[in-house]
Design a protein around this ligand. Structure first.
Ligand code: GLN
Length: 193
């Protein structure tokens, strides 16, 4: 049987990622403990509260388990998931996982516009690059380092990026009915990395 794609199920909107994978017919499972990563083909870190994720990951042993898992397997992080995976957070001291070389600013859009919806451009979707970007108390990507490449833009800002095995975005594709980003992660990372 094909291995299931894992979704970190500690907190946040993991159920909506499960819905997107269900729509695509991709087998998936929730990951709450280190042993859940066994027989898992990749891991999605959902939106939620990045400090809570980091605390719970430390308590459950998932922090070290995910760091080991990431040596071979692909990861995707949305919003808080991006913060957890980033190497540097400009405006906060956080012990992130450092699995993708970029600097982000937490809650970057300020109090007035915590949340907004705007079209973003996703470069790999060459023929139809426009994607409905849902930003909720979103971080901003300030700079990319090392082998990290920009894959998506909101105006001139990078909102989606990748390295060899990690894909991150500051918005929430799981909040739309458009499953192209989940399919892209599955096809270009899970099935090839
Ligand atoms: N503001 C949250 C954080 O800093 C992220 C919000 C989200 O995931 N929608 O962790």
């Amino acid at each position: 049987m094909a291995k299931a794609l894992g979704i970190l199920g500690l907190q946040g909107d993991y159920a909506l990622h499960a819905r997107a994978l269900h729509r695509l017919g991709i087998p998936h499972r929730l990951v709450k403990w280190p042993e859940d990563l066994k027989d898992t083909s990749g891991l999605i870190l959902p939106g939620g509260e990045s400090t809570t994720f980091l605390n719970l990951m430390e308590k459950t042993g998932l922090r070290d388990a995910i760091l080991r898992f990431a040596q071979e397997k692909p990861l995707m992080g949305t919003c808080a998931g991006l913060i957890v995976l980033a190497t540097r957070i400009q405006n906060q001291k956080m012990k992130t996982l450092g699995l993708i070389d970029l600097e982000a600013k937490r809650n970057a859009f300020g109090r007035q516009i915590h949340s907004f919806q705007a079209p973003v451009r996703i470069l790999p979707f060459q023929d139809h690059p426009s994607f409905d970007g849902v930003f909720i108390r979103a971080p901003q990507i300030l700079s990319l380092g090392g082998e990290t490449q920009a894959l998506g833009f909101y105006q001139e800002q990078v909102v989606m990026a990748r390295n060899r095995n990690v894909l991150v975005m500051t918005f929430h594709p799981e909040l739309t009915a458009d499953t192209r980003i989940h399919r892209f992660f599955y096809q270009s990372f899970v099935q090839t990395v």
